[in-house]
Design a protein around this ligand. Structure first.
Ligand code: F0G
Length: 463
């Protein structure tokens, strides 16, 4: 076995296979796979400060990339095999005005702006690693099911690198226009399925297996290697100090799984003293993880998590015809494929799960926009969740908290415009049916006649 290989995450199975294979699920037990490292045969850094040497050499694309400048911690490929499009150049922003809204002390709340990636979401961190692996295995076509951002990222990587043809599966009418626009503009073969994301996710796995298409959803363990680097960049921005909390919206649970793995490895390598705590925030209309973890007490349990409980829960959803439903369409998911890895992450990092309503999400989103760079609805769940955890006293006002803003504000203009709209009909159509009653922080456009005096009057009155 090479120093880099794949291993089933179930300790009772622990089956291994070569890095060059493309199973995406354990060939022995059907569980999830990790990319695993024999660190003794690799060259991980002795301290995180070693990465600072790369800052002075940004003409090397691998050092410019916010993913590959940490390549010693995800040594999945030789440097000359890596495919990068300049992803991961994102920032950690201190957000004092927002801290007041969340109930935190100034200087304690930070936002990690993953919307600054080339395709406008955190997915590019993972896609560059998946594409690197896809090239290693000689893939010609790549597929994903998506609520919009994975497909946008796949489409951008295909159009930029020319490596593969993109085939994307989306639920009909389920993805926002900004994301659909990206898939179409970048030339992806776009298959709209009469169903939702959970349906599309099942189908894409069947199709990928049958046609031998390379799958880039987050069950692909190489993708999650790339997403680990979001945590490395946070540590880098905090000058290698570990925050107290990292808060992330939960959909398919790839991010939280990747973050947990990042901290497990950093701890194992002696590069940090302790991991931060992780909080996953579900939308209340797509709250499987919250229900299973907080209500039914599902735990990692050293890999012997209660699969029967999960089956029973899904059976109940089917019996009652419950489908995921939230304005945060990116996380409109009821059957997260990375459930077991997410349980492991929460186990290792003292994790919690919360749910927030669409009302809380949109109010938080308006506040994020008014205080900084802005985000799409799903991302704002991480701020609404921070506020909730503060109110509950789970997070202290003086703890250092990082909320991950996963996607760009322009991904879903429909939700934003409806929230700020003066038109009651638009508000009702887009948000009313989601249980959103008020736009508590609306910034309404002013209607005025095309007359200079009237225009001036309005400006004097409101500014
Ligand atoms: N935030 C945004 C903006 C997303 O697009 C997603 C997932 C998540 C959060 C949830 O992340 O799956 O790692 O828990 N979007 C996927 C997609 C499902 O198809 O674009 P997760």
């Amino acid at each position: 076995m090479d120093a880099v290989f794949q291993r089933c995450i179930s300790p009772d199975c622990s089956a291994t296979c070569e890095a060059r294979e493309t199973h995406f699920l354990c060939p022995r037990c059907g569980g999830l796979l990790d990319v695993a490292y024999d660190w003794d045969r690799l060259a991980p850094p002795k301290t995180l400060r070693e990465f600072e040497a790369k800052w002075s050499d940004r003409s090397n694309p691998l050092n410019l990339s916010g993913v590959w400048r940490f390549r010693e911690l995800l040594p999945v490929a030789e440097p000359n095999q890596i495919l990068t499009i300049g992803e991961g150049q994102t920032i950690l922003q201190r957000a004092d005005a927002l801290a007041a809204y969340v109930g935190m002390q100034a200087g304690k709340l930070f936002l990690q702006y993953e919307g600054l990636n080339p395709s406008g979401s955190f997915k590019d961190n993972g896609m560059t690693a998946a594409f690197t692996h896809a090239r290693m295995v000689g893939a010609r076509r790549a597929a994903c099911a998506s609520t919009g951002n994975t497909s946008a990222s796949l489409a951008v990587f295909c159009s930029t690198t020319g490596l593969m043809r993109a085939v994307i599966f989306i639920g009909s009418g389920k993805i926002s226009y900004g994301k659909l626009a990206q898939a179409l503009d970048h030339g992806a073969l776009t298959v709209q399925i009469a169903g939702d994301f959970d349906d599309a996710m099942l189908r894409v796995q069947q199709v990928a297996r049958k046609l031998g298409i390379y799958l880039v959803n987050s069950i692909n363990p190489f993708r999650l290697e790339g997403q680990k680097t979001i945590m490395f960049r946070i540590l880098e921005a905090l000058r290698w100090e570990v925050p107290d909390w990292v808060i992330v919206p939960g959909g398919n649970l790839g991010n939280v799984s990747a973050f947990g793995k990042a901290f497990m490895e950093l701890t194992e390598l002696g590069l940090i003293a302790r991991p931060p705590r992780l909080a996953v925030i579900n939308a209340a209309g797509a709250n499987t993880f919250y229900q299973l973890y907080e209500r039914f007490g599902l735990r990692w349990n050293e890999g012997r998590w209660d699969a029967k409980l999960v089956d029973k829960y899904y059976g109940g959803l089917d019996a009652e015809h419950i489908r995921a439903a939230t304005i945060a369409s990116a996380i409109e998911i009821n059957r997260p494929v990375n459930l077991s890895k997410a349980l492991r992450a929460l186990d290792r990092c003292g994790g919690v799960v919360r749910e927030v309503t669409d009302q809380e999400i949109l109010d938080a989103k308006a506040k994020v926009g008014a205080c900084g760079l802005g985000c799409e609805p799903a991302s704002a769940a991480s701020v609404a969740g921070a506020k909730k955890l503060r109110q509950e006293g789970v997070i202290d006002a003086g703890e250092r908290v990082v909320s991950i803003l996963t996607g760009h504000q322009l991904k879903d203009p429909t939700a934003t415009v409806a929230y700020h709209s003066t038109d009651q009909k638009t508000f009702e159509e887009v948000l009313g049916q989601r249980g959103v009653r008020r736009a508590n922080f609306a910034n309404r456009a002013i209607q005025v006649s095309n007359n200079l005096d009237d225009i001036i009057k309005v400006i004097e009155l409101y500014s």
